[in-house]
Design a protein around this ligand. Sequence first.
Ligand code: CA
Length: 422
Amino acid sequence: MSKANNPKLKSWVEVPAGSDFPIQNLPFGIFKTRYLTAVAGVAIGNYVLDLVYLYEKGFFDGLGLPPGIFNQEYLNSFIELGRKKCSEVRERISELLQIDNDELQGNIAARELALIPMEEVEMKMPIKIPNYTDFYSSEEHATNVGTMFRDPENALLPNWKHLPVGYHGRASSIVISGTSIYRPKGQIKPPDAVSPVFSPCMKLDFELEMAFITCANTELGSSITTEEAENNIFGMVLFNDWSARDIQTWEYVPLGPFLAKNFASTISPWIVTMDALEPFRVEGPKQYPEVLPYLAYKGKKNFDITLEVTLGEGKAKTVISRSNFKYMYWNMCQQLAHHTVNGCNIQVGDLYASGTISGPDKGSYGSMLEITWNGKNPIKLNDGTERKFINDGDTVTLRGVAKKDGVRIGFGDCSGKILPAK
Ligand code: CA
């Protein structure tokens, strides 16, 4: 276990109760403020620690980091250094922030410059994402959708328990939390109509997901085993895979979702490292029937991360779902092993989303489609208004928190507001 994960650690930087960013977290992101271009930082309490400044002042001397590694508008080159080197950097940052360490704490001028209040920074996309894959790995979600649209008796398709179903998504439209999203337009075929119509989406939805980011390039023809998988994963973000259900229903046969999904997906700005998530490992659901050998794995590969979705702003703001990442039937190691078993190469910065994470009970469904059962059971927000799907002007925010031994590690907000169709 990394020393930086010790629950007893305290920082000299004030971390308010309930903060997502205690010293045990130290997630990496890209921010913009006094520099002309965006640069790398780490979150601590209500501050961003400027890694460029620390590097230039020699605080990372001896780690063998390439010059300019943090002075870049994406973290790709940094995470490409690999899990081991990135862990060393996180350990060093932890050291510098510990209450009994005086190196930075004791240098008033340096600490003033190194710590920037979060309200003064603008967070940018942390990664240049070359490829994006979306899985479909929550049994409860797949069962709900299968029940709704196909056959309750055979809700899961025959392949579902034998492989982590997925499809290739669109990387160019993945945006950072806080980016407004235009309601998509497209072909919709109302159930009683003979022909499709062109219209703004009338069933706009969110999908509560998490995503992992890979930190290695592999060669075509090679595969990653479940055992090697975690060594290729840098960390995780929250992921809202906005979905146009009415466009999806009409277009998805036989090749799967296309324009219903590729208009936007939102990620949270801070990448929480797999190192920081280490203490939160849990067993996954029992897998039956037994999986093929290349999907078998050892150890705890699921993570206990409570998830929450709010809809609406101000008085309307309402928690509409509480779920948990631990419900995933297929874990990240199995997803990556399956993805590469045919020889598909991975790249630094690739993003792999979990698929909608629904839990076993009604309050834990990860999409409006399931919460309102395709609009049949509208929900009431705190201001008394009703929703079947997402209205123009609505904000959807995902949050994720892992808690154990008095430590609370969060992901920050993954938030987006819907604007009328352009
Ligand atoms: Ca999805």
